[in-house]
Design a protein around this ligand. Structure first.
Ligand SMILES: Cc1cc2nc3c(=O)[nH]c(=O)nc-3n(C[C@H](O)[C@H](O)[C@H](O)COP(=O)(O)OP(=O)(O)OC[C@H]3O[C@@H](n4cnc5c(N)ncnc54)[C@H](O)[C@@H]3O)c2cc1C
Length: 479
């Protein structure tokens, strides 16, 4: 692929779970794709792929069957993004995403219609839909309460086998712990260094030799998720052979290696599928074009490259990804200044109780869309016929509490790509002029581009309209 390519079918804004998934799905379908973005939640995630586990939030009901949970959610919360997707499409999205990870040497495990309970570093059990194979034996150990040895390392911070046993061990008498030195290391331990070191077969043998005398009746051995930098399965399988017991990883606290393995899989796999990666580059300006496409300025702090795309998927996340920014009075979408669903006055953003089971109203903030996942203007119409949104930037979902983070990102990315392909078909309705787009280049931080007075005034105008939209929505949504 030429480094000079500057026109694409699709620009994916965002290199988190949603952006990576969208780029994968689009390239699998033959679209030429550009992807820009910096660090997202994927780098901090556990490596587990949740689909949906908790509904309704106020009851904290945890479901074993994610699909039944989704049905109940659709009925009860018709504004949730899952209500715009059908379950067959969602299942295909999850399968295609996990097949890619398998191709990249990161096989995922799970049941067709059942969430699996995975042991966490807190000692709790997390209901998830798909888990890396390197964590899978832990689910079997937990469900069967089998004799199990949890291993941690002298000098490694943030992971304590004893803490896990204190929480999980009450009804698991065969759960024991062991703290060992990491073979050959005396200084402070860092997970990245340990993971890299474990690619060395001699070190794995030394580790197995250290643990083996303590196995006793243990049939399972759990380690923190640092068994290998990128392809944990190789390290895990070898330790399993060396120990003669089932070996599994336990997801660690963020930032976790299991999350960065996901990112690494995409960084390795997407370019080979023709995706043009603008790593660590952000979309700094956008300009809708009369032909229905977009001109986009990319760079770190100033525009370094300008590209054109026929369609855009906005997967810039919420506050963590910087897709949304908040000031004292309101929340704003950072790239297009799109209208947002958001709570009213600032004192209603958060519940006074941090652990309020209903969550915080701010966590439902985001972009509202039609069924094709096109962001809506204040009249309930698509802002632009070829602009789509996916992932956590979508309104009316609280992925963290509902346990649907990666699933929401993957399935809405799938739907957004399907909609973009539809919009790009030659038979598609000719794009109408965007409803709030301006013909001038608009910087994405709400400031004027350098030396452009006309853009500044147009942008101010856009903000004026936006303020009115926000206040209307604020009144509507204020609860
Ligand atoms: C600590 C933590 C733990 C998690 N654990 C789990 C878990 O166990 N299971 C699970 O299913 N999910 C988990 N997740 C959630 C999951 O990883 C995703 O973060 C989440 O689904 C949101 O993904 P996203 O792609 O929508 O947004 P984000 O991950 O926030 O990504 C947004 C992306 O947009 C980019 N961006 C922003 N502005 C621009 C711009 N102007 N131009 C270009 N790019 C831009 C950012 O740089 C970033 O790459 C976890 C997340 C976190 C943070």
């Amino acid at each position: 692929m030429s480094r000079d390519k500057t026109t694409f079918d699709l620009m994916v804004m965002g290199a988190g779970m949603a952006g990576m998934a969208a780029a994968l799905f689009a390239s699998n379908r033959g679209l030429s794709v550009a992807l820009a973005g910096s660090v997202g939640g994927i780098d901090f995630s556990t490596g587990l792929i949740d689909l949906l586990a908790v509904h309704p939030l106020e009851e904290g009901r945890v479901w074993d069957d994610p699909w039944a949970c989704i049905e109940a959610l659709r009925e009860h919360s018709p504004q949730h993004p899952y209500a715009r997707l059908d379950s067959g499409t969602m299942a295909r999205a999850m399968d295609e995403f996990c097949a890619f990870l398998g191709d990249m040497g990161m096989p995922m495990e799970g049941h067709a219609r059942k969430n699996t309970r995975i042991l966490t570093a807190m000692g709790t059990a997390k209901h998830t839909f798909r888990a890396p194979r390197s964590m899978w034996a832990g689910a079997e150990a937990l469900s069967g309460k089998a004799p199990c040895l949890l291993v941690d390392f002298q000098g490694l911070k943030g992971f304590s086998a004893v803490q896990i046993r204190e929480v999980a061990g009450a009804d698991w008498p065969g759960l024991r712990t062991l703290r060992v030195p990491f073979p050959g290391w005396k200084e402070e331990l860092y997970p990245e260094h340990m993971a890299t070191a474990l690619h060395e077969p001699a070190l794995r043998r030394a580790l197995a030799d250290t643990v083996r005398p303590h196995l006793a009746e243990a049939r399972f051995v759990g380690f923190p998720a640092l068994l290998g930098r990128e392809q944990a399965e190789v390290v895990r399988a070898d330790l399993e052979t060396l120990l003669g017991a089932r070996v599994f990883e336990i997801p660690t606290l963020p930032p976790s290696l299991a999350g960065s393995r996901l990112r690494a899989a995409f960084d390795r796999g997407l370019p080979g599928r023709g995706v043009h990666l603008y790593s660590q580059r952000m979309v700094l300006s956008q300009q809708p074009l009369p032909d229905g496409g977009f001109r986009l300025g990319l760079g770190k702090e100033r525009i370094e490259t300008t590209i054109q795309a026929k369609a855009v998927i906005l997967a810039t996340g919420r506050f963590f990804g910087k897709g949304l920014v908040a000031d004292r009075g309101r929340v704003r979408e950072a790239v297009f200044d799109l209208p947002l669903y958001q709570p009213g006055k600032r004192d209603s953003w958060h519940s006074p109780e941090f652990y309020d089971p209903r969550g915080h109203e701010l966590n439902n903030t985001g972009v509202e869309t039609d069924n094709a996942l096109r962001p809506l203007n204040d009249h309930g119409k698509a802002v632009h016929p070829r602009l789509f949104a996916a992932g956590s930037i979508l309104a009316h979902q609280d992925w963290m509490r509902q346990k649907c983070g990666a699933g929401l990102a993957i399935t809405t990315a799938f739907q957004a790509v399907a909609s973009a392909r539809e919009a790009l078909k030659p038979t598609a309705v000719k794009p109408a002029p965007p409803s709030r787009a301006t013909p001038e280049e608009i910087p994405t931080d709400g400031t004027a581009p350098h030396g452009s007075e006309s853009s500044q005034s147009l942008n101010s105008h856009s903000f004026l309209i936006q303020s009115q939209i926000i206040s209307a929505r604020t009144n509507r949504s204020g609860k």
